[in-house]
Design a protein around this ligand. Structure first.
Ligand code: FES
Length: 131
């Protein structure tokens, strides 16, 4: 009887530790998504490339006469957008579609992509972005 009680206690403790560890892991992954969206990092990107859209780390650069820079993290649930098809940016997770001004064209996302400030060096055609 006593052995049965101890094994039940052990099982409940092990279950509690397992659930706690799983919750901690989920919380850490959620915090990582937030940090990716708001972290402070400066990156330098060359525009000496004829591609209309450049995906670089956490940024999407719209490489036209008036360049634009967006965070590459989808405004729905934070998946990283790295797909450009038929003039549109497409999120791989749930299919949100954004135009090249960052505006949602198809949901589930209803918010525009986060525009990032940058400085352009016209001589080197390089932009510096604070991500
Ligand atoms: S995270 Fe992009 S559509 Fe859901």
């Amino acid at each position: 009887m006593k052995k049965d009680k101890n094994s039940r206690r052990f099982f409940i403790k092990a279950l509690g530790v397992g659930i706690g560890t799983a919750c901690l892991g989920m919380w850490r992954s959620m915090v990582n998504v937030q940090q990716k969206n708001t972290g402070e990092k400066t990156i330098s990107i060359s525009l000496n490339d004829n591609r209309e859209v450049i995906f670089h780390e956490d940024c999407i650069i719209i490489n036209n006469a008036q360049p634009l820079v967006f965070s590459s993290y989808c405004t729905h649930l934070g998946c990283r957008i790295q797909n450009f098809e038929n003039g549109q940016l497409i999120c791989p997770c749930h299919g949100s579609v954004f135009d090249l001004n960052g505006n949602p064209q198809k949901g589930p996302s209803i918010k525009p992509l986060r525009e990032l400030e940058f400085t352009l060096n016209p001589e080197t055609k390089t932009i510096i972005v604070n991500v």
